[in-house]
Design a protein around this ligand. Sequence first.
Ligand code: UDP
Length: 415
Amino acid sequence: MLHKISLGRSDINRYRQIDNSELVDEVVALGRDLKGLRLCHINSTPFGGGVAELLVSYIPLLRSLGINADWQVIRGDHRFFTITKGLHNALQGAPFDAVNKENIRRAYLSNNLTNARELDPNYDVFIVNDPQPAALRHFSTTHNSTKWIWRCHVDSSEPNQAAWDFLRPYVEEHDAAVFTTKTFIPKDLHISKIVTMTPAICPFTSKNMFIERGLCRELVENLGFGHHHHLITQVSRFDRWKDPFGTIAAYQLAKQKVPDLQLAMIGSFAQDDPESTDMYAAIHTEANKDDDIFVCSNLTGVGNMEVNAFQRASDIIIQKSIREGFGLVVSEALWKETPVIAGNVGGIPLQMTGELSNYLVDTVEGCAEKIVYLLSNPSVGKRLGREGKAIVTQKFLMPRLIRDELSLVKSLVNH
Ligand code: UDP
């Protein structure tokens, strides 16, 4: 049997303190309509990256609404995850190894077949996240009435056509597909229901709960950061699309004008990302050339609480992605009222609207210029932070995501 992640319940009513109570009422009513529904999310890693982050807080909330929600994780070896990382990259526009397409197809399908046999099939609805498990539906022996939804979290606005042609037939076997924004929907996808919804964060987790800024500063200073120094931070998987070297280059340019500047590159490894080890080593080599760049990771004890502290203690959060499905880290930082400078790509502009959109950047130089400006004008940063928190409160908290997803589910099942 596939691994089911062990999770509890968390009360949706906590959101009444911060969120629109009418929205919570709507979500509670949807829960009542779907009471007892067996719903299972499937993905390929229990930790590292946005999907795992989402599900950890999402599933316990569904349970408190009366839904029998679970999360199963598929298994795979190094070869399988190398193939699926290749597919992930190609969906975001990287070249696809079309020469080895038949070998890739065989390995991909054989893994999905094995996982389909191991899947606990006793659910009314499966939500399959991303390309790794996209062919499970093809092999599943679930009841005819079971509904399958494919949820794409990557920026598929300009996919490599060969990679998309490879995946599309499996995706089209689903009853519905979900994308983060309209521009990510491939034009040749034929499926009866396609909807868009953005991800969301949970303010009550150790990643996002309130911690006094003084304590956060103390925590990061204990890791070696200077008491009177300016600090900028990027929090990301060690991944090429997060442009870590662009972030380092922007820091180096900004440091010419702000000599006390320090940079934290906080990163994590994910079970389904075999490229992260090499990327981590390359970032380390670059960072070692400068005493004011620090590379920290979940392997060296920088977990959720520490990420929370960095996001609060930093003067600015950088997310200089060159492709980005959504970028939960942007909402996480804005929730903490920390100003963000980020790549003008994918799902990031959805989060940085109004005045915040002036801090969407396309180049290293543009990023450096904004860093220097915000460090010289802290009152602007404070205003951006406040505005950012208002945007997140209105659009990117869990009740809104639950409403969107359960509305889709309700339209598919006759419960
Ligand atoms: N994250 C973390 N520790 C790290 C790096 C990232 O906990 O060292 C978390 C981060 O806080 C966020 C998630 O991983 O919740 C990354 O999600 P995002 O949507 O930004 O990017 P993805 O990894 O899905 O591409």
